[in-house]
Design a protein around this ligand. Structure first.
Ligand code: ADP
Length: 408
C-alpha cells in the first residue's frame, strides 16, 4: 500500500505570541506573590507590568523593539535598573531576563546567544552586588549561581530548539518542492500520453468497425483485447491527470443546472454491461421528478461510475447492488449499496486516501475514491461509507442543490 507523504507545517507559528503571553503570565505571578506576601514590594511588579504594556504598545511603532536584539538590549537596561534600585537579588524583576534570553536565542546562532547570555549574567551579578540591598553571603551567592545556571540552560535549550525548528522548516520546504516536482511530472507525462492513446483507441475502433476491411476471428479477438486494454490505460491516465490537476488547484468545474437523474442514467448505462457480464442485478431508483442541481455533470457522472463499478467489482457473481437518490433538505443524497465483500473496520478510515487499496482489492490504483472525494468536496458536498465485512457496503454522497458562489 502506498501512503501519501505527510508534509509537516513549520512549528514556529505563534512563538512570538506564546512568549508575549508567558511574559504577561510571569508578571502576573510576580504580582500575585507580592500581594500574598506583604514583605515583598508590589511596586516592582506594577512597574514591570507598566513597562511590559509600554513595550507591547510601542512594538508596533518603534523598530528597535521589533528586533529581538533591540528588545533584549532595552529589557536588559530597564530590568537591570529595576534590580539595582529595587532590592538587588531580592527583586523578582530578573524573571524578565529569562524571556529576553529565549527571544534572543531563537534569533541568533548558538555562539552569539551564549555570548549575549554571558554578558547578561555579568550585568545581573554586577547590579545585584552593586545594589547593596543585602549582606552578601554564601546563601545569596548560591541564589545568584542558581539563577545564572537557569539563564544558561534556557538560552541553550532555546538555541537547540531553534536549530530543530529550522531543520523542520527546511525539510518541509524541500518536501513541498519535491511534491510539486512530482505533480508537475505526473501532469506532463499524463498529458503527453493522452494524445497517442486517443489515436490508438480511434484506430482500434476503426478496425473493429471494419473500416479498412473485415477482420478474421483471430484478428478481431486481438483487436478487442487491444481496445479493452487501451480503455484501461486511458482510465489510468485520466485518473493521474485529475490527481495532478487537483493538486495544482487547476481542476475547474463546468457548473451548470442539470438534472441529477440524467447523470445517474448515464453512469448506470456505463456500468450495466459490466454487471451483466457477471450476472449481477443492478437496481437504480431515480428521483420521481426532475432533480435539479448546480454541478459539473461529467464530474458527477465520473463519481457515480466509480462507486457503481466498485460495487460491481466487490460483489460476487450473481449478487446485486443498487443506487438510490433522495431529497435531503438543501441536498441530494445519492447512495450506492452492495451486498459484496464489505470493508474491514480498520480499513474504513483509509478508504478515501490516495493510492490506498484494501487487502481485498481487485487491481486498480487506489485513486478512484480519493478523486471522487475531492470532486464531491469541490461541489461543496460530502462522501462517506458504511460497511460490514461479509454484508456489504454503502457509499453515500450528499450534494448541495445550489453551490454558493457558483455562476451559470
Ligand atoms: P480503485 O481506483 O483502485 O478502484 P478506489 O479508490 O476506488 O480504488 O478504492 C480503494 C479501495 O477501497 C479498494 O482497493 C477496495 O479495497 C475498497 N473498496 C472500494 N469500494 C468498495 C466496495 N464497494 N466494497 C468493498 N471494498 C471497496
Amino acid at each position: 500500500m502506498f501512503k501519501r507523504p505527510l508534509i509537516s507545517a513549520p512549528l514556529s507559528i505563534g512563538v512570538d505570541k506564546l512568549l508575549a503571553v508567558l511574559r504577561w503570565a510571569a508578571i502576573g505571578v510576580i504580582l500575585l506573590l507580592s500581594w500574598l506576601n506583604p514583605e515583598r514590594p508590589t511596586h516592582i511588579a506594577l512597574i514591570l507590568a507598566a513597562y511590559n504594556g509600554l513595550v507591547e504598545v510601542a512594538k508596533t511603532r518603534v523598530r528597535l523593539l521589533q528586533s529581538p536584539r533591540g528588545l533584549f538590549a532595552v529589557d536588559t537596561a530597564v530590568v537591570s535598573l529595576l534590580i539595582f534600585w529595587g532590592g538587588g537579588l531580592d527583586s523578582p524583576a530578573y524573571i524578565i531576563y529569562y524571556f529576553s534570553v529565549i527571544t534572543l536565542a531563537l534569533d541568533l546562532s548558538l555562539v552569539e546567544a551564549t555570548m549575549a547570555t554571558v554578558a547578561l549574567g555579568l550585568v545581573y551579578a554586577g547590579t545585584s552586588i552593586a545594589s547593596g540591598g543585602l549582606p552578601w553571603d554564601i546563601a545569596n551567592s548560591e541564589r545568584l549561581a542558581g539563577r545564572l545556571s537557569i539563564l544558561f540552560i534556557i538560552s541553550l535549550v532555546s538555541s537547540l530548539l531553534k536549530k530543530e525548528l529550522e531543520l523542520e522548516r527546511t525539510l518541509a520546504a524541500r518536501l513541498k518542492e519535491l511534491e510539486q516536482m512530482k505533480t508537475g511530472f505526473l501532469s506532463t507525462v499524463s498529458h503527453e500520453l493522452k494524445t497517442p492513446l486517443t489515436t490508438i483507441k480511434a484506430s482500434a475502433e476503426l478496425l473493429l468497425a471494419g473500416g479498412p476491411g473485415p477482420l478474421n476471428p483471430t484478428q478481431e479477438r486481438l483487436t478487442r483485447n487491444m481496445a479493452r486494454n487501451i480503455e484501461r490505460l486511458s482510465a489510468l491516465v485520466g485518473d493521474l491527470l485529475d490527481m495532478a490537476r487537483l493538486d495544482e488547484g487547476k481542476l475547474s468545474l463546468n457548473l451548470q443546472r442539470v438534472d441529477l437523474n440524467e447523470a445517474i442514467r448515464d453512469a448506470a448505462a456505463a456500468v450495466a454491461p459490466l454487471a451483466e457480464s457477471r450476472g449481477q442485478r443492478m437496481r437504480v431508483n431515480y428521483y420521481p421528478d426532475p432533480a435539479p442541481v448546480v454541478a459539473d455533470r461529467r464530474r458527477v457522472e465520473q463519481v457515480l461510475i466509480n462507486l457503481l463499478s466498485n460495487a460491481h467489482k466487490f460483489t460476487p457473481p450473481g449478487g446485486h447492488f443498487a443506487l438510490e437518490v433522495h431529497e435531503a433538505g438543501p441536498n441530494w443524497l445519492v447512495s450506492v449499496s452492495d451486498n459484496g465483500l464489505g470493508i474491514p473496520r480498520d480499513e474504513l478510515e483509509h478508504i478515501f486516501d490516495r493510492f490506498y487499496r484494501g487487502t481485498e482489492h481487485k487491481g486498480g490504483t487506489g485513486l478512484g475514491l480519493s478523486i471522487a472525494k475531492s470532486l464531491i468536496e469541490l461541489h461543496g458536498g460530502k462522501i462517506w461509507v458504511e460497511s460490514r465485512v461479509g454484508k456489504g457496503s454503502t457509499f453515500s454522497v450528499s450534494l448541495p442543490k445550489e453551490l454558493p458562489g457558483a455562476y451559470e
